[in-house]
Design a protein around this ligand. Sequence first.
Ligand code: S3P
Length: 173
Amino acid sequence: MHENIILIGFMGTGKTTVGRALTQKTGMPFFDTDDLIVQKVGKSIPDIFKTSGEKYFREMETKVIHEITETSGKILATGGGAIINPDNFARLLLCGCVIGLLASEDTLWHRLAYDSERPLLKGPNPRQKIEALYKERAHLYRQAHHLVMVDEKTPIQIAEEIVLTIRQAQGHQ
Ligand code: S3P
């Protein structure tokens, strides 16, 4: 498997943990767009949002997506909003096999309810924010090359399912 494997999905679908499990299974190196942004800017994601705003964060996100997709052979976990920008999404679809991780609303809420690292969920009524954002984005995640439901599966099980799906799509079992 030489092409990139790119994980997209809403916050809380487990892109980073599944990405690490995929690295264990395939030996391909793992990258995460949020980590790359943090390294580039030298601040945490909440600090970037607080001091420079979402627009700047999205610009950095686009920059790291362009840089990291110049080469192949890696596992890439993207931030939940990385695919809002149509150019980013088109590039990801061209640069590898894009896997959409899907979770039920209950799973998302369970995982995100007490989160303090995600600036978009800050403030009163985070559940309403999750529902509104999910409604806006769900149709985008579904445009991935393959979809995997994550509810009640371990990261390793999900990684195995992804590897199998890609192998089958490539024509070998
Ligand atoms: C965001 C998701 C986050 C992070 C930032 C914005 C989003 O990544 O990029 O807080 O817009 O959905 P995770 O999906 O890894 O939480």
